[in-house]
Write a protein that binds this ligand. Structure first.
Ligand SMILES: Cc1cc2nc3c(=O)[nH]c(=O)nc-3n(C[C@H](O)[C@H](O)[C@H](O)COP(=O)(O)OP(=O)(O)OC[C@H]3O[C@@H](n4cnc5c(N)ncnc54)[C@H](O)[C@@H]3O)c2cc1C
Length: 326
C-alpha cells in the first residue's frame, strides 16, 4: 500500500492514457477531454500518465496535443503486451508522485483490470463504467453510472478516500479539441525495478469485437431464424460493417456474448450504426451512446430506437435487407 495524503494545494486530475493500435487508444482522448473540462470547472491542474512498450511517432504527436499540462511517460518493453500486474507499479508510482485528487481511466479491458488493482493498493474506491462525470458544489466528483439493469442512474461520491477513481465508458464522452503545436509537456518517468513478468496472465492486445469498427450492423429480436444469420453476415461484408447483436440473439444462442451491444455487453462508437429489428431497450441504448449516426429499421412505429435514430425507417428488415444484398 502507498501511504496517500492528498494535498489541498496540489489539486490535480490525472488522466490514465493508454496506447492503441495507431498511436494512443481513442478512449485516451475522451479522458483527456473530460479531465480538461473538470479542471476548468474546479480549478484543478491536469496531468496524464502513459504506460506503454514504446512511444510511436503517432502517439507522441497525439500526446503532445492532448491539452493536458503534462504527460508522464512510462516506457518499457515489459509493458507490452499488456499485463496488469506489470503496469500497476508504474501507475502507482505516478499517483505517489503527483498525488491526484481524481484519477480517471478507460473502461477498456486494460483499464478494467488495471484500475481495481491500483484502487486496492491505494485503499480507495472506484466507480466502474461511468457514463457521466461532474463536480458538485463541494468540488467532489459526481460519478454517474447505470444501476439496476439501467433502471436508474446512480450518482456516486468518494468523500474521504483519495484519489477519487473512475473508469469511463468508451465512446460516450466527446473528444474535445486540444491545443495544437505540442503544448503538452512529455516527462519521462521510471517506476524502478518491475516485478517478474507473469507468464500465466492473459495478454490483452486485440481490440474487442466492434469496439473500433467505423460501421456496425446490429441484429435484434426481429430476426426470425438462426439460418438467416448467414445472410446478414454476407450483408455485413457488403456494407463493410462489423456484425453485432442485441441481447435477444445472444440469449437465443445465435451470437456469442462478445458480440452483444449494451449495458451487459460492449459499447460501440461507430460513424454509422445500422440496427435491424431492435426495439431500443434502455440496456441496449447504454451501449450505443457514442454512435455518430444511427439508422434504425423496425416495423413498430412506437419502437423507442426510432425516436433517437438519425434515420428512422418503419419497414420490414427482411425486405430492406434483400434490396441491399439481393
Ligand atoms: C440486467 C439486464 C441487462 C441487460 N443488458 C442488455 C444488453 O447489454 N444489451 C441488450 O440488447 N439487452 C440487454 N438487456 C435486455 C433488454 O432489456 C431487452 O430485452 C433487449 O435489448 C431486447 O432486444 P431486442 O430489442 O433486439 O428484441 P425485442 O425486444 O424482441 O425487439 C424486437 C424488435 O424487432 C421489431 N421487429 C420484429 N420483426 C421485425 C421485422 N420483420 N422487421 C423490422 N423490425 C421487426 C419489433 O417491432 C421489436 O421492436 C438486459 C436486461 C437486463 C435485465
Amino acid at each position: 500500500m502507498i501511504p496517500y495524503t492528498s494535498s489541498g494545494a496540489e489539486r490535480l486530475i490525472l488522466a490514465g492514457l493508454q496506447p492503441g493500435p495507431e498511436g494512443v487508444h481513442p478512449i485516451s482522448l475522451e479522458i483527456a477531454g473530460v479531465a480538461r473540462r473538470l479542471a476548468g470547472e474546479g480549478g484543478f491542474r491536469t496531468a496524464g500518465v502513459f504506460i506503454a512498450g514504446e512511444l510511436t511517432p503517432a502517439a507522441r504527436r497525439q500526446l503532445e496535443n492532448c491539452g493536458l499540462a503534462e504527460v508522464r511517460l512510462y516506457l518499457n518493453p515489459a509493458f507490452h503486451p499488456f499485463v496488469p500486474e506489470q503496469q500497476a507499479p508504474a501507475l502507482l508510482h505516478c499517483v505517489g508522485e503527483l498525488r491526484p485528487e481524481i484519477l480517471l481511466l478507460g473502461a477498456t479491458p486494460e483499464g478494467r483490470s488495471l484500475a481495481p488493482l491500483a484502487a486496492v493498493s491505494l485503499e480507495t474506491g472506484i466507480t466502474a463504467d461511468c457514463t457521466a462525470l461532474a463536480l458538485n458544489a463541494g468540488g467532489l466528483l459526481v460519478q454517474t453510472r447505470p444501476a439496476f439493469g439501467g433502471g436508474l442512474m446512480a450518482e456516486i461520491l468518494t468523500p474521504q478516500a483519495r484519489p477519487q477513481m473512475a473508469t469511463l465508458r468508451y465512446g460516450i464522452f466527446p473528444h474535445r479539441a486540444a491545443g495544437e503545436g505540442g503544448s503538452t509537456r512529455l516527462v519521462p518517468a521510471d517506476p524502478g525495478p518491475l516485478p517478474p513478468a507473469k507468464t500465466q496472465a492473459e495478454a490483452l492486445t486485440a481490440p474487442a469485437a466492434g469496439e473500433e469498427a467505423p460501421v456496425v450492423l446490429a441484429l435484434g429480436g426481429g430476426v426470425r431464424a438462426r439460418e438467416d444469420i448467414e445472410f446478414f453476415q454476407n450483408l455485413s461484408r457488403v456494407l463493410g460493417a462489423e456484425l453485432m447483436s442485441s441481447r435477444s440473439l445472444v440469449e437465443r444462442g445465435w451470437f456469442p456474448q462478445s458480440r452483444q451491444i449494451g449495458l451487459s455487453g460492449r459499447c460501440v462508437a461507430p460513424e454509422l450504426l445500422i440496427t435491424l429489428g431492435i426495439a431500443g431497450s434502455v440496456q441496449f441504448m447504454a451501449g450505443i451512446q457514442g454512435a455518430r449516426r444511427i439508422c434504425a429499421l423496425n416495423t413498430d412505429p412506437a419502437a423507442p430506437i426510432l425516436r433517437i435514430a438519425d434515420i428512422p425507417l418503419i419497414c420490414d428488415l427482411y425486405e430492406a435487407a434483400a434490396r441491399l444484398c439481393p
